[in-house]
Design a protein around this ligand. Structure first.
Ligand SMILES: *Cc1c(COP(=O)(O)O)cnc(C)c1O
Length: 409
């Protein structure tokens, strides 16, 4: 082979000079205007933009109620609090996720229980989750990994059978439909993240949606210190026990639970609102890029494509390149480094949660979920974002196929 095909890491010519990141936000002039308008307004927090965002999230997801909050981790925490999850109880989830999906159980003193993934969809396997149920199971928390909806019908049935609350971590899947219904309107509660790398961003930000009014009331309480000013919820009208008091004292509020300050700012809400207008465009462009990757890589027996269930009309957040390294002369680390030299800065989503030292110290042992561990060892996250040009996508494909061809054994 000529020097053109020689990998850059071995002295060949790189596919591109300017490296591509695996993710990048798309911020346009409208977004900037939306944020600067808030800066000139009367409210920086607790104002009209939060309410507008919550209404828009209800429209986009089809949910009856939405609660905006500080970030996706806060969303998971308040969802667990609203579900009443507590010490002595268990939350069943996937290890193939960001740590927050399991940490939320620990925040409330409960125990995360990890069940293995489906080998081909990479989502939590309902059959594995069923095996993990115990009389202590209080929450089942599937994650829409990479944006593909978890098998929500199966998890609904499982949650009903176990008498558990179904919380869906949809940090990856805003805009995804499951059996024709948007995620956010299906589980008991659905959590979202608007972190900078997510499909729709506010820099940071999160939300919980639900169709259940009593859960909604609890989410509102847990978002803000467990404090309410809602006169219909007050336990008494004020401190003095005056039976003649006609209405609660105007300044009076009550702390009824112990909680954090997980509020979102008006600036974030305005940015997310502006970004949400572009969600259909984001979804479409991401799908085009995924289709090009899938088509190019399907010709390579070394590359294993993610299986998409027909039930999920997916707004893809991540594209994972999965390689069977037994068919190459190099391993994942060498591939990752070689890819970077070609100008493609990948990532790996994720370290199986229980393999983190914090979890190992809690007693979770390696080997718990073999299919997740196998997936972890074979993946590199490729660039996937709205602003990738067709040329950029071609470069990523050229870099990957060049390396696979060069290193195949
Ligand atoms: C990003 C993410 C979170 C946490 O969201 P933050 O907004 O970063 O707190 C939770 N779960 C998954 C699957 C995520 O990707």
């Amino acid at each position: 082979m000529g020097s053109k095909n020689r990998p850059a890491i071995e002295g060949g010519e790189a596919v591109r000079e300017m490296p591509l990141n695996y993710a990048h936000q798309w911020i346009d002039e409208e977004d900037i205007r939306a944020v600067t308008e808030v800066l000139r307004s009367d409210f920086l927090t607790c104002g009209p933009k939060i309410q507008e965002l919550e209404e828009e999230l209800c429209r986009v997801t089809g949910a009856k109620f939405a609660v905006a909050c500080a970030n996706g981790t806060a969303a998971l925490h308040i969802a667990c609090q609203a579900a009443g999850l507590k010490a002595g109880e268990e939350l069943v989830t996937t290890p193939m996720t960001f740590a927050a999906s399991a940490n939320c159980a620990l925040y409330v003193g409960a125990r995360p229980v990890f069940a293995d993934i489906d080998e081909s969809t990479w989502n939590l396997d309902p059959a594995e989750a069923r095996k993990a149920l115990t009389p202590r199971t209080k929450v089942i928390l599937p994650v829409d990994f990479t944006g593909q909806a978890a098998e929500l019908s199966a998890f609904r049935a499982l949650a009903d059978e176990a008498g558990a609350c179904l919380i869906e971590d949809a940090a990856h899947s805003l805009g995804t439909l499951y059996e024709g219904k948007p995620v956010g309107s299906i589980a008991d509660m659905t959590t979202f993240s608007f972190h900078a790398v997510k499909t729709v961003t506010g820099g940071e930000g999160g939300a919980v949606t639900t169709n259940d009014e009593s859960l909604y009331r609890k989410l509102l309480l847990f978002r803000t210190h467990g404090i309410t000013r809602d006169t219909s919820l007050l336990k008494r009208p004020g401190l003095e026990e005056e039976s003649t008091r006609p209405s609660p004292d105007p300044w009076y509020y009550e702390q009824q639970e112990l909680a954090m300050n997980y509020r979102m700012t008006e600036l974030q809400a305005a940015l997310i609102l502006s970004q949400l207008k572009k969600l259909p465009l984001f979804k479409k462009r991401r799908a085009e890029i995924v289709a090009r990757y899938d088509e190019a890589f399907s010709a390579y027996p070394e590359i294993l494509l993610q299986r998409e269930l027909p039930a999920s009309d997916t707004a893809r957040h991540l594209y994972l390149l999965r390689i069977d390294y037994s068919k190459l002369r190099i391993g994942r680390r060498e591939f990752f480094d070689a890819l970077l030299k070609e100008g493609v800065r990948g990532n790996v989503h994720y370290v199986p949660v229980y393999r983190h030292p914090y979890y190992e110290a809690l007693g979770y042992a390696p080997g718990l979920c073999p299919k997740a561990e196998k997936l972890y060892a074979q993946i590199v996250t490729l660039p996937l974002y709205y602003g990738l040009t067709d040329g950029d996508v071609g470069d990523v494909i050229a870099a990957v196929t060049k390396l696979v061809e060069w290193y195949r054994s």
